[in-house]
Ligand binder design. Structure first.
Ligand code: ZN
Length: 116
């Protein structure tokens, strides 16, 4: 499978070279013709890719205390009146960006080292 792909790529490259040669002035001399010495096999390597990922804040239940109002009776004595009952409320902490690294494989490939 890989060999086939490589053959197609090399064929495509050869076709490109042929097209370039054909489109150039025929009088041009010293045309470079690739030989087996022109290319070098670069073996597969790995590299680190960094991704920015959004981390959602955690959800928490918090208790909101009851609210009272203080009024004063005819004798000036304070009377506490409930305005709102206490209740639980769900809040979410702030999210944040995080950078995560992962390794990716760069497949091996042929490199032309002749500069043509
Ligand atoms: Zn070459």
């Amino acid at each position: 499978m890989r060999g086939t792909t490589r053959t197609i790529m090399v064929s495509a490259f050869a076709a490109l070279i042929a097209w370039n040669v054909a489109s150039l002035a025929p009088a041009q001399s010293g045309q470079h013709v690739h030989t087996s010495n022109c290319k070098r096999w670069a073996p597969p390597t790995t590299r680190t890719v960094k991704d920015r990922v959004w981390i959602k804040g955690a959800a928490r239940r918090i208790w909101v205390p009851a609210k009272y109002k203080t009024t004063y009776g005819p004798g000036g004595n304070p009377v506490q009146t409930l305005v709102r009952r206490g209740y639980y409320k769900t809040v979410r902490d702030k999210g944040r960006w995080e950078v995560r690294s992962r390794r990716v494989t760069v497949p091996g490939r042929w490199k032309f080292i002749c500069g043509h």
